[in-house]
Design a protein. Structure first.
Length: 964
């Protein structure tokens, strides 16, 4: 699943209790109790339920099936019963996985969604295997009311369940039977009802408008990580795999999709307006990958060179906007098949744009769901960054068809096997399809440095982290699982070499296809292919949190350069002072100015320190550690080594990715108090001739952090002058209009630079932005898609109520979600307090899709000191509504982080901590801890360096002293 825009993003939220549906057990849940048997608890039974004819599951598809023994399952029963190790995350009580005395072989599932009343009826007929005699069956179940349940042993008589005991906190139900269910095969039958919630999780409703403007609803799913249980009772753990036979009963004028292709379509006998749609049986798969969609869509179709039918489903009337994603998908499938030497195993794959969708996308096997902005590209109105984003997200989700779907992690502890690999492979794919994107350099800024920043905190976590309760699972969909996972895979790939890496990955995918695997399984395959000690090396990166800083000094000995390398844990708060410093087995590459792109020496640093000799390096040459910025660590050079590298920045002899890495390392050292921030500002001035987009992007990001920090002082404006001075030369070189011969990266750079100059108050940029905005609004000259974000940002930052009203009008008129999001992200730039409040109120209005509210509030918080205070107050004042909207999942964590992470006042850490102690957010506990830590780090940084920064900027603009 893609979590991000930059992680893009997923959500797991608890549904709002329906006045009737399931109210009995929800009331008990608040008191920590359990639900009552059907005869006691209140329940909601839909009057249309006609079980004798509503659910026409194909019995012939079950009748000939041979029961599968435990040895034929994805994993053994003993492995399923393993409880997670002691957890590092807060939990309500010790978590227990499902018992293994009964497990599913096949789910026969029929669902009938009601798109008017927002409910659904369901019937489950599951072929199960009883491995140990029992009189109860424990399954996952949440926000569903079971009407009836029974068990039919193979060749025996039906046994009706006598009670349903709901364990709400653990999201389980225990079905009790009056007699023992003996070992062997049988059929579990359950009739149930549920609500099509508006929480973007489970089986939910998504609002959309048809071309006439009429509002309608689609029924869609989002099950990862633990929300299949909200659509049907099931064994909702990744290792408990089964096949699925799915039937949907839907209005005949709606599109119905699921993981597999349609094999039968016939009228529903009870209602002439309904159709019964039957889908082919799935491969054996995990519950979180099941998906179905019912709604109105157009599509474009093609076939990949390896014969897979690919469709992209779009809102009605927007099929043209699916063509770019279709192109990417049809190129990606054969690329992955060739790279891993394993074919895509399903006959088709559908990619569909969902209006209300919390994540960036979700990799459901054969039916991948996306936010509209992660799939749709308008040839005339989509910007270059959107095209790149769609390419990355499509590459990410299709990678999951192998990593996650074909081979699935045994438990969420190994989530990184899914997300880390997909986050690395997406760049491999985009580099193959669009080499002009220079995407691996962008990886360093977008993922690598992001992971380093998070993992330097005391409140980070290892890549492999034991989790249990669903709220704990939700919290590890973060930059550690995604971006650090991808970064250590990139380092591993470099350490092994491409050929051996591909051999190992083929062995892994082949050995564990249609099964489950752990991190150790992957290491074993890669060790066999490479002959290197992969497990010993990589376990230091996945089983302990954090990473090292490599301290480097040098000595010239004749024609050789002797380097002293030492490692210690890098901490955002400064040098590590613990009793026992952790260590890593660190693959280190070394290059010199002879050929900066060529590695002269590779070593494995497996001790606290070592000395290495680089042959044939003259006195006048520089030596650099970590060429390509591949190793997952920070570097601290001796002053002399650092000075020798600076000319390589000015004359561009250092490759772009190394210029970026050097600057980013120094910035992090400054934040940790290991060097002065003034030294970083001096380094930044060396980038005056920089032409590379990604290097400028990273500079811009770090200056944004400094700008936020100094907003707590009286000399924030002085830093804006520094930014104007730094960005003006490249801005003048680029200009406003596209030049002949420019490409994708030039468009990205122009938008970045103009936006930075405009926000910093560069008057020529502001004047031109206002002129172009006026022409755009009046219809005289439409802004190009690549200029809209910087122009909107600039005019809003220096605008008034009229500017804001005009922007809100543009938002309302926009027919493309990309344009709406573009406006939403910059609304917070407005300065006046009353207008800031207007933007915050707008964030919770019907004009903003639920998943996008976070971006609006975050934009306000990140714009200014006043915006940050107003956004935090707004979140506190509206916490009940916001938490109800984003119960559990990444969006509530992202909201908290965007709102409070920029504070730099000690008391704010205490205030944030206190607020969330009394306003519990189970899926955001670690996020709150990280935010409080960041606030304290910001405070210390400000106290330590703010005055020196101020004096340096004043000295820069002071006229030189008159000669005596």
């Amino acid at each position: 699943m893609c979590c991000s825009m930059s992680l893009l993003f997923r959500l797991k939220k608890r549904s709002v209790p329906c006045p009737q549906l399931g109210c009995g057990r929800r009331a008990l849940a608040a008191e920590g109790g359990t639900g009552e048997a059907p005869g006691v608890r209140r329940r909601y039974v839909l009057t249309e339920l006609r079980t004798h004819c509503l659910f026409l599951l194909s019995r012939e598809s079950h009748g000939s099936r041979v029961p599968v023994s435990p040895s034929h399952r994805a994993v053994s029963a003993s492995s399923l019963s393993r409880a997670p190790a002691a957890d590092t995350m807060p939990e309500r009580r010790p978590f227990e996985r499902l018992p293994t005395d009964v497990y599913p072989v096949n789910y026969g599932l029929c669902l009938k969604p009601d798109l008017i009343d927002f409910t659904f009826e369901g019937k489950l007929e599951a072929i199960v295997q009883v491995t140990q005699a029992t009189n109860q069956i424990v399954m996952n179940c949440a926000d569903i009311d079971i009407i009836t349940a029974s068990f039919v042993p193979e060749g025996g008589e039906e046994i009706n369940a006598t009670g349903f005991n709901y364990q709400n906190e653990d999201e389980k139900v225990t079905l009790s039977f009056p007699s023992v269910l003996k070992r062997g095969s049988g059929t579990l039958k359950i009739d149930f009802v549920g609500e099509l919630n508006d929480k973007m999780k489970g089986f939910y409703r998504s609002k959309y408008a048809i071309p006439s403007g009429e509002i309608r609803y689609a029924a869609v799913t989002q099950f990862e990580a633990t929300d299949a249980r909200r659509a049907f009772p099931c064994w909702d753990e990744p290792a408990i795999k089964a096949t699925f036979d799915i039937i949907l009963i839907v209005p005949k004028d709606r599109v119905a999709l699921s993981n597999m292709n349609v094999i039968e379509r016939k009228p529903y006998p009870e209602d002439d307006n309904l159709l019964e749609i039957k889908f082919a049986r799935t491969p054996i798969m995990s519950t979180y990958l099941v998906a179905f969609v019912v709604g109105e869509y157009d599509f474009v179709e093609s076939k990949s060179s390896d014969g897979v039918i690919v469709r992209v489903y779009t809102p009605v009337g927007k099929a043209e906007q699916g063509k770019f994603a279709l192109e990417v998908a049809t190129k990606t499938l054969p690329f992955y098949k060739d790279y891993f030497n394993v074919p895509y195993p399903l006959p088709k794959i559908d990619l569909i744009a969902i209006a209300d969708f919390a994540a960036g996308a979700m990799e459901n096997w054969g039916l991948v769901t996306y936010r509209e902005t992660a799939l749709l590209i308008d040839p005339k109105n989509s910007c270059s960054s959107s095209r790149q984003w769609v390419a990355l997200v499509v590459g990410h989700e299709l990678a999951h068809q192998w990593f996650g779907n074909l081979v699935t992690m045994e438990w969420w502890t190994h989530l990184w096997l899914n997300e880390g690999f997909a986050s690395w492979i997406e760049y491999l794919c985009v580099d193959h399809c669009f080499p002009e994107y220079d995407i691996w350099t962008q990886f360093v800024s977008a993922d690598y440095t992001r992971a380093l920043d998070l993992d330097a905190l005391d409140n980070s976590h290892p890549i492999e982290v034991s989790v249990g309760h669903p709220s704990e699972v939700d919290e590890i969909f973060d930059a550690i699982s995604y971006s650090k996972g991808a970064s250590v895979i990139r380092m591993l790939h470099n350490y092994i070499g491409d050929e051996d890496f591909r051999k190992g990955m083929n062995a892994y995918l082949t050995k564990f296809q249609h099964r489950n695997a752990s991190t150790e399984d992957l290491w074993e395959c890669l060790e066999q292919s490479s002959g290197k000690p992969i497990a010993a090396v990589m376990s230091t990166w996945t089983k302990q949190m954090g990473f090292p800083i490599i301290v480097v000094d040098q000595e010239q000995q004749g024609e050789d350069r002797v380097l002293k390398l030492s490692q210690k844990k890098f901490c955002a708060s400064g040098p590590y002072n613990g009793d026992e410093c952790p260590s890593w087995k660190v693959p280190i590459s070394i290059c010199s100015s002879d050929d900066p792109s060529c590695t002269k020496l590779s070593v494995l640093l497996d001790s606290p320190e070592t000395t290495v000799t680089v042959r044939n390096v003259g006195q006048d040459q520089w030596v650099k550690i970590n060429p390509g910025t591949v190793g997952f660590f920070r570097i601290q050079y001796s002053p002399a080594m650092l000075q020798s590298l600076l000319p390589g920045i000015r004359d561009l002899t250092l490759p772009p990715v190394d210029r970026l890495g050097l600057q980013n390392d120094l910035f992090s050292l400054a934040r940790a108090g290991m060097i002065s921030t003034v030294e970083v500002l001096k380094l930044m001035e060396a980038f005056v001739n920089e032409p590379n987009y990604t290097v400028w992007s990273d500079l811009s990001c770090n200056l944004g952090v400094l700008s936020s920090l100094l907003s707590h002082t009286d000399y924030h404006e002085e830093l804006q002058e520094f930014i104007r001075d730094l960005f003006t030369p490249i801005g003048q070189k680029l200009g406003w209009d596209t030049k002949q011969g420019e490409g994708h990266l030039d468009a990205l750079l122009r938008g970045l630079v103009l936006g930075k100059l405009g926000k910093a108050g560069h008057k020529p940029t502001l004047d031109e932005a206002r002129r172009r905005f006026k022409d755009h609004v009046e219809g005289k000259q439409m802004l190009s898609a690549d200029l809209r974000s910087p122009v909107y940002l600039t005019v809003l930052k220096h605008g008034d109520s009229t500017t804001l009203d005009t922007m809100l009008k543009l938002h309302k008129q926009a027919d493309m979600q990309e344009e709406k999001n573009r406006i939403e992200r910059v609304l917070g730039a407005i300065s006046a307090p009353d207008l800031i409040q207007k933007v915050l109120n707008f964030a919770l209005s019907e004009e903003v899709r639920p998943q996008d509210t976070v971006s609006v509030i975050g934009g306000v918080a990140g714009s200014s000191k006043q915006g940050r205070k107003a956004a935090w107050k707004f979140v506190k004042d509206n916490w009940e509504e916001l938490h109800n909207r984003y119960q559990g999942g990444f969006l509530i964590s992202r909201l908290i982080k965007l709102t409070v992470d920029g504070f730099a006042v000690d008391k704010m850490a205490a205030e944030v901590k206190s607020f969330f102690e009394s306003h519990h957010a189970p899926a955001a506990e670690r996020t709150v801890q990280q935010c409080c830590e960041n606030i304290l780090l910001n405070t210390a940084w400000l106290k330590r360096d703010a005055e020196d920064i101020h004096q340096y900027i004043l000295q820069r603009r002071a006229p030189p002293s008159a000669a005596v």
